[in-house]
Design a protein around this ligand. Structure first.
Ligand code: AMP
Length: 423
């Protein structure tokens, strides 16, 4: 029979890997809550229009990568390619601006983009996403980046660089756009077909192109930094000052434009050189006009998203994970013993001892082999003969010594000796 396989680029997370995910999620929640963020969960499916209007019609995500489909009534929907638009939509829809506690949000979950799968790039991937609404103080830009670095440090990840840029605002960016357009017109023959088209509709996107000849064509391109208006310049200088005050290392990267159109002023990325081509672990920025453009109050916003798969690839390079093992294996000999063993297993679990019960009988030898494979420290052998005398046998797997223990004392006995096996 032919097997059904998972969809390309969409991965199972198997039990052996799931610890990494739990560790990353737990650390993320701890850090985010320390900085005052509260969790929000939005649907994986939204109206297509939400993403087209926020991320931008001429971005790669909307043009090429979105999973978009009509539902049975012909309404166009999309699997979310990122979380910001959904969080902003939910904020507007539920009038959360009326709640003084509702300023900082986070959400963790899968996103979907139809990209070419490779290491660190998948079609279903997971992000940890943080958003702040209503604060345009440059201090918040710095705090958001500092929190991101704090989180990475707590995970023990060190060699990660923070790259920062300012994309200007609707006041100053158009001037730069025109300058860049004129520059790109001269470089037109060198550009890839995508960029040659984009230079008309969305010239800044050209900086995002990975094609070598486009990169070469841009070596002497005009720099955004030189076109910032006074207010954007001041904002950016303040952000950098706050970062320096707290001794956060950063590099200003004037070519970093990010792949989404809603960003303005501060943008940032955390970059590693340990993941080959997929070098961005996370990124974000300020998006002050977005909430207004989506029909909500005119509140500024800033946020970031971290890719969990890339984070976990980095963690796995750094340390091996020791899987949790059951502490006690219960071997059973005889039908009557099964009932006692079942009760004992439950009793052990109720006392916090991870117990694995032998199923399906088999010889003592085969049960011991299974216990060995599981790597438990102790095996309790529940046999009918011993039960008749009110005892069980506890075998210490390292020393191979055995004790006879009264049935009613077994839990107590194992609780004292089994701590060795719980590592
Ligand atoms: P973005 O939403 O494009 O700013 O991406 C934020 C982060 O999400 C990136 O830095 C990556 O770590 C991660 N990411 C984005 N796209 C993918 C993908 N296709 N597969 C895995 N991770 C991704």
């Amino acid at each position: 029979m032919e097997r059904v396989q998972a969809v390309r680029g969409m991965n199972d997370i198997l039990p052996d890997a799931v610890h990494w995910w739990q560790k990353v999620e737990t650390t993320a929640r701890e850090v985010l809550e320390l900085y005052g963020y509260r969790e929000i969960r939005t649907p994986l499916v939204e109206k297509l229009e939400l993403f087209a209007r926020s991320i931008g019609e001429s971005t790669d995500i909307v043009e090429k990568e979105m999973y978009a489909f009509p539902d049975r009534k012909g309404q166009w929907l999309a699997l979310r390619p990122e979380a910001t638009a959904s969080v902003v939509r939910a904020f507007i829809e539920h009038n959360l601006h009326a709640d003084p506690l509702a300023r900082k949000f986070y959400t963790i979950g899968p996103m979907f983009r139809h990209e070419r799968p490779q290491k660190g790039r998948y079609r279903q991937f997971h992000q940890i996403d943080a958003e702040v609404f209503g604060i345009d103080d440059p201090l918040m830009d710095a705090e958001v980046m500092i929190m991101l670095c704090d989180f990475l440090q707590r995970l023990g990840l060190k060699d990660i660089g923070l790259h920062v840029n300012s994309l200007g605002c609707p006041e100053c960016r158009p001037r730069f756009r025109e300058k860049l357009k004129a520059f790109l017109q001269n470089r037109s023959p060198q550009l890839c077909p995508d960029c040659d088209r984009r230079r008309h509709v969305n010239p800044l996107r050209v900086f995002d192109c990975k094609v070598d000849r486009c990169r070469e064509a841009l070596t002497d391109a005009p720099e955004l930094a030189q076109y910032l208006c006074e207010a954007c310049r001041r904002h950016f200088d303040k952000v950098l000052e706050y970062l320096s005050d707290l001794h956060v290392a950063y590099a200003v990267d004037s070519r970093m434009v990010r792949g989404l159109d809603y960003y303005m002023r501060t943008t940032f990325e955390v970059i590693t050189d340990r993941l080959g081509a997929q070098n961005a672990v996370g990124g974000g920025g300020r998006y002050d006009g977005l909430m207004r453009d989506l029909g909500g109050p005119d509140l500024p916003g800033i946020g970031f998203a971290i890719g969990m798969e890339r984070l976990i690839l980095l963690l796995q390079q750094k340390e091996a994970w020791v899987s949790k093992k059951p502490q006690v294996f219960i071997a059973v000999l005889g039908d009557e013993a099964v009932r006692q063993a079942f009760r004992l297993a439950q009793d052990l679990r109720a006392h916090g001892v991870a117990a694995e019960l032998a199923h399906g009988g088999g010889s003592l030898k085969s049960q011991m082999r299974r216990a060995d494979k599981l790597g438990v420290a102790h095996v309790v052998i529940v046999g009918e003969e011993e039960l008749a005398r009110g005892v069980v046998v506890v075998r210490h797997m390292v020393s191979k010594e055995q004790d006879q223990v009264p049935l009613e004392n077994t839990v107590q006995f194992l609780m004292t000796v089994s701590t060795v096996g719980s590592l």
